[in-house]
Design a protein around this ligand. Structure first.
Ligand code: UDX
Length: 438
């Protein structure tokens, strides 16, 4: 099938590459001509494990094309995916202007039947708005379908080639046939393709992300309570997760959730609810708890240094919002850096992948180390904000030599307590016993 993808951000690029890999001819459209030129030369604009290989393979096989010309792509395609940004507006509601602008353009340009597929995360009712926008411009037949993505950054290729499910909101039989055909390779491998109405599909995306945000936040509160009563959250987590109604995933406590999806989607669902006179109390609480969880270690760091962080040198391992991505959107590292700098501390950060993105925002307000051990040189303590696997089994002897004080504040529970205790460090993690100074 011939498919157009409008928007080559994270979702568009991964979706386009996946659809090409499934054997379709895919035309990726973007307004950024520099980006389009770079992609034509085989440059992947985002960091995502295993994406480059699949991207290059499909360019070479002449199934993946890039253009700034929407009309040209539209004319060649039956199905048009919209993968455009829906950033939160001032009030937290999703800004639909990019989507509706392209819908308007499609309405003006289309000359034959098209299936318009909405891949972006959008509030309930957006398919109707897209439909109305296109209808206002054309009498040509078309259908609008909702098909949310559930990709995790860092696992996008894996998730897109082995999805847990494909959700399709669609009320036209004709469009349903097109969508069934596109996802036929998945049906053959047993992936459930779940058809429903457009609104339920749109809500499924928000409900899934918000549920996961609540799950993490619930565990963060349990972790905080563990510290009060002397329980160990790692044990509680294992005990709880073994009930398959609960499951082990997304029960890892830490310094809060971040990224481009959870914070934005929780906010947008709260806002959509309010517009209908509905209060999502559980989501409001989740947002509040997460905001304080992100910086929960700051007071511990202050306590350790008797309330004075002026001139203290803090080594920071990890800047990305989670491991295996260069994405720093809503990263807990940023909240911690901001407060630590306000309190007069100096920061030496290390993150091999996300440093470049942090530099664009923070410039020289913090220093950057070329490797994890150099960051520790003469630092008063170490703070860990991202669970990169290179931090998992460090050389504690070398760490002790580099650090001025053997002190670790671990926002991602990277180490087992016994190992750190044997290495003789002060160690404060989340929801577990604090290992005091020897
Ligand atoms: C998420 C959803 O998982 C994905 O389905 C959706 O399409 C987009 O949003 P992503 O933003 O890539 O994906 O990140 P995810 O792996 O879900 O993690 C989100 C945040 O939660 C990260 O900050 C992570 O560190 C945190 N997290 C995750 C925890 O604190 N504990 C956990 O147990 C799991």
């Amino acid at each position: 099938m011939n498919i157009t993808i409008v928007g080559t951000g994270y979702v568009g690029l991964v979706t386009g590459t996946t659809l090409a890999e499934l054997g379709n001819s895919v035309f990726c459209v973007d307004i950024d001509d520099k980006k389009v030129e770079a992609m034509k030369l085989g440059k992947v604009p985002i960091y995502e494990p295993n994406l480059e290989e699949m991207f290059l393979r499909n360019i070479q096989a002449q199934r993946l094309f890039f253009t700034t010309n929407l009309k040209e792509a539209l004319d060649k395609s039956d199905v048009i995916y919209l993968a455009l940004p829906t950033p939160p507006g001032e009030d937290g509601s999703a800004d639909l202007s990019y989507i509706l602008k392209v819908a308007n353009d499609i309405g003006e340009m289309m000359t034959s039947y098209k299936v318009i597929v909405n891949k972006s995360t959008v509030p309930v009712g957006t398919a109707d708005k897209v439909h109305a926008t296109i209808s206002a411009k054309t009498t040509v037949e078309f259908d609008v379908v909702s098909n949310p993505e559930f990709l995790r950054e860092g696992f996008a290729v894996e998730d897109s080639m082995n999805p847990s499910r494909v959700v399709i909101g669609c009320s036209s039989e004709k469009a349903k046939d097109f969508m069934s055909k596109i996802y036929q390779p998945f049906t053959n491998t047993g992936v459930p393709i779940i058809f429903m109405d457009e609104k339920s599909s749109e809500l499924t995306k928000y409900a899934s992300n918000s549920f996961l945000a609540v799950k993490i936040t619930f565990m963060n509160e349990i972790a905080n309570y563990c510290e009060k009563v002397g329980a160990d959250v790692d044990k509680v987590r294992l005990g709880m997760g073994s009930d398959d109604r609960i499951g082990h995933r997304f029960l890892f406590p830490g310094i809060g959730y971040g990224g481009s999806c959870f914070p934005k989607d929780v906010k947008a669902l709260i806002k959509s609810g309010k517009q209908e006179g509905f209060n999502f109390e559980i989501l409001e609480a989740t947002e509040k708890v997460n905001t304080s969880q992100k910086v929960i270690l700051i007071s511990e760091i202050e306590k350790y240094f008797d309330g004075n962080l002026q001139g203290k040198k803090i080594a920071l391992w990890g800047l990305a919002f989670k491991a295996n991505t260069d994405d720093i959107r809503e990263a807990s590292s940023l909240d911690n850096i901001k407060i630590l700098l306000e309190k007069g501390a100096k920061i030496v950060a290390y993150d091999a992948i996300a440093e470049e993105n942090i530099r664009k925002i923070l410039g020289d307000t913090i220093s950057y180390a070329p490797d994890m051990y150099s960051a520790l040189e003469d630092a008063d303590c170490l703070l860990i904000a991202t669970e990169w696997s290179e931090f998992k089994n460090p050389n504690f002897k070398l760490m002790a030599e580099k650090l001025t004080n053997k002190v670790i504040f671990d926002g991602r529970n990277m180490f087992d307590l016994e190992t750190v205790e044997n290495a003789g460090f002060f160690y404060k993690s989340i929801g577990r016993k604090t290992l005091e100074k020897l």
